[in-house]
Design a protein around this ligand. Structure first.
Ligand SMILES: C[S@@+](CC[C@H](N)C(=O)[O-])C[C@H]1O[C@@H](n2cnc3c(N)ncnc32)[C@H](O)[C@@H]1O
Length: 243
């Protein structure tokens, strides 16, 4: 990456943080399909079937693998922290946006969650974890940062640890009604807030086979599945790890 490209990419990543800080109070409307994310009865029902499928998969993973120490990357308002906290001994929940951390803290209200305000791209784990969990984060990692990000994940993992990924599939009814339909391959999308403010952010739409190949190249053996329409999910284990 030359200097101009990396300056532009940093500006985009800063805009991405600014977007999520400003969006914090309206963020959950996306998950619960309210306001601008209400896509009508049939699409909403399909969405809720898929959110239930992903939540079941995450709960099953937690109940069968029983990770004790969990690092949650880009924890947001706690839609998944609320599932991790009751099932783990300790969760470290990282996010760059203080506004979402405050909502998360109120929602989850658990003494075993340590909140860390940090830029993931500058984050260095101080501990080792049984699970590194990321929901709707990987799609915000630009392609040139993929390997460095997963090198950090690997450093964060205890010898038998693994990563778990939940993210967006490309579906034209996934985003808000007033968002431009994202170009599947552009790597950038335009997002609006309720008040009409506009932001550009990174959005990489992975599909299970291509993500599996890319993770293999980054040193992980991955098992990634898809729900009927909206999500991809699954685990990634460092190559050569046992357990
Ligand atoms: C799509 S949300 C996902 C939140 C949550 N994991 C969920 O499942 O709802 C993306 C999150 O990434 C955070 N974020 C964006 N850029 C970041 C960065 N550079 N470092 C840390 N967090 C960042 C945002 O604040 C936001 O909470």
């Amino acid at each position: 990456m030359n200097n101009d490209t990396s300056t532009q990419e940093r500006a985009l990543l800063d805009q991405q943080i600014a977007y999520y800080r400003a969006r914090a109070p309206e963020y959950d409307a996306w998950w619960f399909r309210t306001g601008r994310f209400d896509r009508g009865e049939a699409n909403n029902a399909a969405w809720h079937r898929d959110t239930a499928a992903v939540e079941r998969a995450v709960d099953t993973m937690l109940d069968t693998r029983r990770p004790s120490h969990v690092l949650e990357i880009a924890c947001g308002t706690g839609l998944f922290t609320r599932r991790l906290a009751p099932r783990a001994a300790r969760v470290t929940a990282v996010d760059a946006a203080p506004e979402v951390l405050a909502i998360n803290r109120d929602r989850v209200a658990a003494a075993n969650v340590d909140y860390v305000q940090a830029d993931v791209f500058a984050f260095e784990p101080a501990s080792r974890y049984d699970l590194v969990f990321m929901s709707f984060w990987l799609s915000h990692v630009p392609h040139p940062r993929f390997d460095a990000f997963f090198a950090m994940v690997r450093r964060a993992l205890a010898p038998c640890g693994f990563a778990y990924i939940v993210d967006s599939a490309h579906d034209p009814t996934s985003h808000a009604v007033n968002h431009p339909t994202p170009d599947r391959d552009a790597g950038i999308v335009t997002r609006l807030l309720d008040d009409g403010r506009t932001f550009n952010i990174v959005k990489v739409f992975w599909e299970p086979p291509t993500l599996g190949v890319r993770l293999q190249a980054a040193g992980f053996d991955a098992r990634i599945a898809a729900t009927a329409r909206y999500f991809i999910y699954g685990e990634a284990r460092p190559l050569g790890a046992t357990g």
